[in-house]
Write a protein that binds this ligand. Structure first.
Ligand SMILES: [Zn+2]
Length: 178
């Protein structure tokens, strides 16, 4: 009898232990690695793992901000020529332009993902004179914590983004006609 009591005690304890030590759920988008007809496959290039970057940045900059675990980060299925990336804090989703899914942009994508992570952390932007201020003082001081933020902004200013879009659009045309 004692054996069974001990056994059930041990069982309950181990159950409690696993319940406590369960890792935080990370939502992954099954589509993020799927090649579909709208996105040109990353041919000849090693693709970038957005989830890996997101988790790395979260651990480094916002380890206690557990709400970030619920975010999905995916490559856009459309060739959006306006935005490098978008953060939808209501849907808890970050979408990155597929034009940047090339290992040569790895150094650019990281501060970019960090930029979107800052939006996710701050949530609803403040209003000033009836307009939303997305990149206010608070945002900039948070964004500055990443050492590559400046090089991302310089890359955009020097035409890096415009060029990446051009190359991707050309590749999309070839992909569609192939
Ligand atoms: Zn922004």
């Amino acid at each position: 009898m004692l054996f069974f009591e001990q056994l059930s005690l041990w069982f309950n304890r181990s159950k409690r232990k696993t319940a406590q030590t369960q890792p935080i759920k990370i939502v992954r988008n099954p589509r993020s690695c799927r090649v579909n007809s709208k996105v040109a496959p990353a041919t000849n290039v090693e693709a970038i793992d957005l989830n890996e970057i997101w988790q790395k940045l979260q651990q480094e900059f916002f380890p206690m901000h557990y709400a970030l675990d619920q975010y999905q980060i995916v490559w856009s299925r459309r060739n959006n020529k306006r935005n490098l990336a978008v953060c939808d804090y209501r849907k808890k989703k970050v979408i990155v332009s597929p034009a940047l899914n090339n290992i040569k942009f790895r150094q650019i994508v990281e501060p970019l993902v960090y930029h979107e992570m800052c939006h996710a952390v701050l949530g609803e932007p403040q209003r000033q004179n009836g307009r939303f201020v997305y990149h206010g003082k608070e945002f900039h001081s948070l964004e500055k914590r990443h050492s590559q933020t400046r090089s991302l902004n310089e890359w955009i200013k020097n035409g890096g983004w415009a060029n990446a879009k051009r190359v991707y659009t050309r590749r999309m045309k070839k992909f569609k006609t192939a």
